[in-house]
Design a protein around this ligand. Structure first.
Ligand SMILES: Nc1ncnc2c1ncn2[C@@H]1O[C@H](COP(=O)(O)OP(=O)(O)OP(=O)(O)O)[C@@H](O)[C@H]1O
Length: 262
């Protein structure tokens, strides 16, 4: 029986996202940089996967290639069996910062990609996501009047409102202070549990990965290859001082090659 709070990928179901022999080489004027080498990965519908690895190894490149924001040099990515060949409103990237339109209000930002909906559907959708990210009372506020955490929640709401198949998060809380970061993790989990989207998240933060993910993909140094995949089999909410949590955290640190004592 499934433990409450654990997403059990349906083994019989086709993967939501399939990465096959993916490679990316950047050709500059004076040098060539191999960023990704032969990446193979399957992600299930509704799964939360974190990507970790050394700085500059190719995490953002992998995220961008999976989302169709960057063309691979070799290999392919498919979502629901359909080849990813470029950007698409079904795949949304959330950045560290600057991901909201400063000239639009909270409502305007969330409603930005919803022009095809009728007026009432659009209003309903906006109200739903304002509530989900708890920005009630700030509907008419501009981003300049929001805190860093509120802006990131707005970015997540704007991304979710267009009903994406997969949400790609690139260090989404990297620019926030440590207390807001921890609070935002809880917010993101609450939203993920309510909406059950497939989420791929690049992070530099080991605790973030162990607290959030169903699986953590550990990349090698550049060119990035998949070095390890760690399944975090702890139900949410996760007790961060439980023996299992600490064991998995240690395992991840070992996989990344970080020392226990600094
Ligand atoms: N558009 C580009 N053109 C040329 N080289 C690039 C481009 N984008 C990334 N690179 C190079 O590819 C390598 C991987 O970069 P990437 O940003 O994917 O790493 P990362 O693991 O996300 O880095 P960090 O941990 O520092 O955020 C780096 O050496 C980078 O300089």
């Amino acid at each position: 029986m499934a433990l409450p709070g654990i997403a059990i990928p349906d083994q019989a179901a086709a993967p939501k996202l399939q990465v096959t022999n993916l490679g990316v080489v950047f050709q500059g004027n004076d040098k060539t940089i191999a960023a990704l080498d032969n990446i193979n990965l399957e992600i299930s519908d509704g799964e939360f996967v974190c990507l970790v690895g050394p700085s500059g190894c190719g995490k953002s490149t992998l995220l961008n290639a999976m989302g169709g924001f960057l063309s691979p040099t070799s290999g392919s990515v498919s979502i629901d069996g359909e080849l990813v060949s470029g950007p698409d409103s079904r795949r949304i990237l959330v950045f560290q910062e600057h991901g909201v339109f400063p000239w639009l209000t909270v409502e305007g930002n969330i409603g930005f990609g919803l022009a095809k909906l009728s007026r009432s559907e659009r209003a309903q959708r906006i109200a739903h996501y304002v509530e989900l990210v708890q920005l009630q009372g700030f509907e008419r506020s501009y981003p300049s009047d929001l805190s860093g955490g509120m802006k990131q929640r707005l970015q997540v709401a704007r991304a979710l409102a267009v009903n994406p198949d997969v949400l790609f998060l690139d260090e989404p809380f990297g620019a926030l202070d440590s207390i807001t970061r921890v609070m935002m993790r809880g917010e993101l989990l609450r939203i993920w549990q309510a909406e059950r989207r497939t989420i791929l998240c690049v992070t530099h933060d080991i605790d973030e990965a162990v607290q959030l993910a169903d699986r953590v993909v550990v990349l090698s140094s550049r060119p990035a290859r998949i070095q390890n995949v760690l399944t975090i089999d702890i139900p949410h909410p996760r007790n961060i001082s439980s023996p299992r949590y600490l064991t998995l955290r240690d395992e991840l640190l070992k996989m990344i090659g970080l020392a226990y004592e600094i």
